[in-house]
Design a binder for this molecule. Structure first.
Ligand code: URP
Ligand code: ZN
Ligand code: ZN
Length: 469
């Protein structure tokens, strides 16, 4: 592999901000200095551009089965879309089916991802069947296989939901090994009552997805998850936190010194409940779980990001097409045309996390440039055992680098994104700040609009058990 030299860019990490050259050798950062001679290296001029660490998105669902449907991005299309958005590592999910062991779930998922992934990847294992045998496998998964985080659902009864006893048992086991527990925190049983009541009254439209998932049921489950984790002595990470009241639970716990962490997602920061008032079936595009919230939640989330009550912005990229079959896909949002409960939950987003957070976060003065990097790369890498290989720009780190033009204005659109999804939540939104070049372990994979990556070039990343942050 030839050496690569990136010249004269503004290097921005979670803590640094300076202009220098970066030399890449064998996929890693070899040197950073004010002036490095080109010698035989391939040179990229980065004058006027930011050099930021490749994004780390710890919440994606590529070709993922959810209820009656499978998400519409394969590992190939979804990771290509991630790369165009400046994300060079994803942590996706391996779903333990009932009767299956967690290790079998991991092996199955690895076999799907390995030939297709275009960026580096790992998995959280979703535990659904907490048997003694499953619990007994967890230490090896953490220590031998490099899977240091496990997710459980307090929602989706009968499908993914685990009861409190199961959650507690898994938490205690993972805690003894220094792993991390991820929780989808919503009170699924109560929400199910509300769903059934709504449907019985003939309220079948997408808006009722939001109306049957109240904020305080997210807060209640968040509180319960944190208290269970406190007893089990394990760090807990609440995924896709959306409600102000849930954030208050995290803040309260952190103030008591509990290892409670949380992510939010761009859609909760930039979009609100009014999207469900769009005409016809359009609101189905915004059916994700938890649903979009009121604007007071948005303000609280931005404040949480600023003051580190929230540590990470991930996408929960969980794409379903709006219409049937543009790519041979028969599992679109239309499945729920007559019943909101059958609308596949989730939305695309992996490609737009960096531009949105730069434009709406840094550009609007809500977060600093360093904090932008911390939220999208450094903190996810640290919290999930990938740092310092990933998430920063330092000698010896993988050369996962994004050359980012902070001044370029562009328009987000499904007509130009690289996901298989036939829509985006942000259609027509103008943003300032664009990914120009992306390097994955020193290989140029994105050059403007040109794709230079290859399926199978993404590498599985073993993660250390750095759950105790
Ligand atoms: O709507 C969502 N978020 N779908 C993905 C599954 C989940 O709950 O993360
Ligand atoms: Zn979830
Ligand atoms: Zn998700």
């Amino acid at each position: 592999m030839e050496d690569v030299l990136i010249k004269g860019g503004r290097i921005v990490t979670a803590v640094d901000d300076y202009v220098a050259d970066v030399l890449i050798k064998n996929g890693q950062i070899e040197a950073i200095a004010r002036h490095i001679p080109a010698e035989s290296a391939i040179v990229h001029n980065a004058a006027g551009l930011l050099i930021i660490p490749g994004g780390v998105d710890v919440h994606t669902h590529m070709e993922f089965p959810l209820g009656d449907a499978v998400t519409c991005d394969t590992f190939e299309t979804g990771t290509r879309s991630a790369a165009f958005g400046g994300t060079t590592t994803i942590i996706d999910f391996a779903l333990q089916q009932r009767g299956e062991s967690p290790k079998q779930a991991l092996d199955r998922r690895m076999a799907v991802a390995e030939p297709k992934a275009c960026v580096d990847y790992s998995f959280h294992i979703i535990l659904t069947d907490i048997t003694p045998d499953a619990l007994a496998e967890l230490p090896d998964l953490i220590d031998r296989d490099g899977i240091s985080s496990f997710k459980m659902f307090m929602a989706y009864p009968g499908v993914l939901m685990v009861d409190d006893a199961g959650i507690f048992k898994a938490m205690r086991k993972v805690g003894t090994q220094g792993g991390m527990i991820n929780i989808h925190a919503e009170n699924g049983s109560v929400i199910q009552v509300l769903i059934e009541e709504a449907l019985a009254q003939g309220n079948t439209s997408p808006k009722f997805h939001a109306l049957t998932r109240p904020r305080i049921m997210e807060a209640e489950a968040s509180h319960r998850a944190i208290r269970l984790a406190e007893l089990a002595e394990v760090p807990v990470y609440l995924v896709h936190l959306s409600a102000k009241e849930a954030l208050e639970e995290v803040v309260e716990a952190r103030d008591r010194g509990i290892s409670a962490f949380a992510e939010t997602c761009p859609h909760y920061l930039f979009l609100g409940i009014e999207e469900y008032d769009r005409p016809d079936f359009e609101p189905a595009k915004f059916v994700m779980t938890p649903p979009l919230r009121d604007h007071d939640c948005q303000e609280a989330l931005w404040r949480g990001l600023k003051f580190d009550d929230l540590q990470i912005v991930s996408t929960d990229h969980c794409p379903f097409c709006f219409n049937e079959n543009p790519y041979g896909i028969y599992q679109s949002k239309q499945l729920g045309h007559d019943n909101f409960e059958r609308i596949p939950n989730g939305a695309p987003g992996v490609e737009f996390r960096l531009p949105l957070m730069f434009d709406g976060g840094v550009g609007m003065g809500r977060i600093s440039l360093n904090r932008f990097v911390q939220l999208t790369a450094t903190a996810p890498a640290k919290m999930f055992g990938l740092f310092p290989r990933k998430g920063t720009i330092a000698v010896g780190s993988d050369a996962d680098l994004v050359l980012f033009d902070p001044l370029k204005v562009h328009t987000l659109s499904a007509s130009t994104h690289h996901s298989n999804a036939d829509y985006t939540l942000y259609e027509g939104r103008k943003v300032t700040g664009k990914v120009e070049k992306v390097f994955l372990r020193g290989n140029l994979v994105v050059d403007g609009d040109t794709w230079l990556g290859h399926p199978g070039n993404g590498a599985f990343q073993k993660r250390s058990a750095s759950g105790r942050v």
